[in-house]
Design a protein around this ligand. Sequence first.
Ligand code: NAD
Length: 441
Amino acid sequence: MSTIAKPATGKLGVMVVGLGAVTTTFMTGVLMARKGLAKPVGSMTQYDIMRVGQGEDKKYLKYNEIVPLADLNDIVFGAWDVYPENAFESAVNAEVLKAKDILPVKEELEAIKPLKAAFDKNYAKRLEGNNVKDCKDRWDMVEQLREDIRNFKKETGVDRVVVLWAASTEVYVPIDKDVHYTLADLEAAMKADDKDRIAPSMCYAYAALSEGCPFIMGAPNTTVDIPAMWELAEKTKMPIAGKDFKTGQTLVKSGFAPIIGTRCLGLSGWFSTNILGNRDGLVLDEPANFRTKEVSKLSTLESILVPEHQPDLYGHGNDEDTQYFHKVRINYYPPRNDNKEGWDNIDIFGWMGYPMQIKINFLCRDSILAAPLCLDLVLLSDLAARADRYGTQRFLSFFLKSPMHDYTKDEVPVNHLFQQYVMLKNAIREMGGYEADETID
Ligand SMILES: NC(=O)c1ccc[n+]([C@@H]2O[C@H](COP(=O)([O-])OP(=O)(O)OC[C@H]3O[C@@H](n4cnc5c(N)ncnc54)[C@H](O)[C@@H]3O)[C@@H](O)[C@H]2O)c1
């Protein structure tokens, strides 16, 4: 599995699905950083320094000194969206960034015009855009997307393309063994135009992998989190990563829960709620779309504080009296736009069962937290492809709220932030030709 990554020659195409708040913030930041007008704060690939080698041989290096990462100057952006506005108009509409941080790259952003989206209104009822492909069936949707990727490659002359989904969260598609378990069944369902079980996002993923592009799922959709897509990724030898960017409240959760777990404190309940008012919040206000997010957000805690492992500490609480209460709420509240406010109330207990409470109030900015993750996921997926790593990239769990894992083999996801960091660093070491290790720095 561990090959040293080949060099990053030529340009890297980054085709994003969804030209909304997150992706325009990502693009604007990359373009501004290229001109030396902004700093890519929060990006591990641009800032993190890690150790390679041990003992007398040890060195502390940045990622691009260990592995051949694509340079920011070599990125060429493309996009699909349901709305026709170009990246400049969309960045202005998103109201995440101030004019002074957008205007210096206005021309470059205006040149990023969204291709027609592969869209089905039943998957996001609150979106009204008309920049949408006319598709005969789901298979035709795939074919049209494949053509888009080929045209983009031809027109821009890029050497490689990564496809990143940062479009709206789709309604929850339960995993169905009849359709989602084998590639043959998935393809048959696409050809039979099975609209209920084949989400548009699956067509993007299928198209990307078939065209030799890594695919990243930044929303909580089950898209590539199904055995049929793992099979396609193996067949095409392409990396896949997902799902759901780990940005605000879940980042806090996966960093804070280990404090409770490592000190063997008890947990009787964790209530997370937040308000946000961007278009993402609007889509998530629809119960079927929220369900997708809820499933993703709930999984974090359960795999860090495991009731079966510590029944005295985590086996108290909810209706079935098997574990702590865990509730997650998202409330659409337009005045806050992209500036989300999250509250966490954590009911813990200590020595002899005495209760205590912890309150966390995070006044965050959704897209400001997500943009560096887009950059890191794109650069590291491209790197993984050049190191012949294909299928689910577990080392990218660090960036994801609900990391993919092989649930058909009872594999458990790693949600613990610091264990994820070890996995990330070891993958970088291996792709740079160093030994993986767990030595504490
Ligand atoms: N910002 C964060 O902190 C964060 C964290 C985790 C996940 N996410 C996810 O990232 C995604 C993007 O968030 P955002 O705030 O940029 O949302 P947004 O609403 O501003 O942008 C999403 C865009 O996707 C487009 N879209 C929807 N379906 C599409 C399709 N089938 N094809 C092409 N375009 C399509 C919409 O028209 C919209 O412009 C959401 O799914 C969100 O849940 C965001």
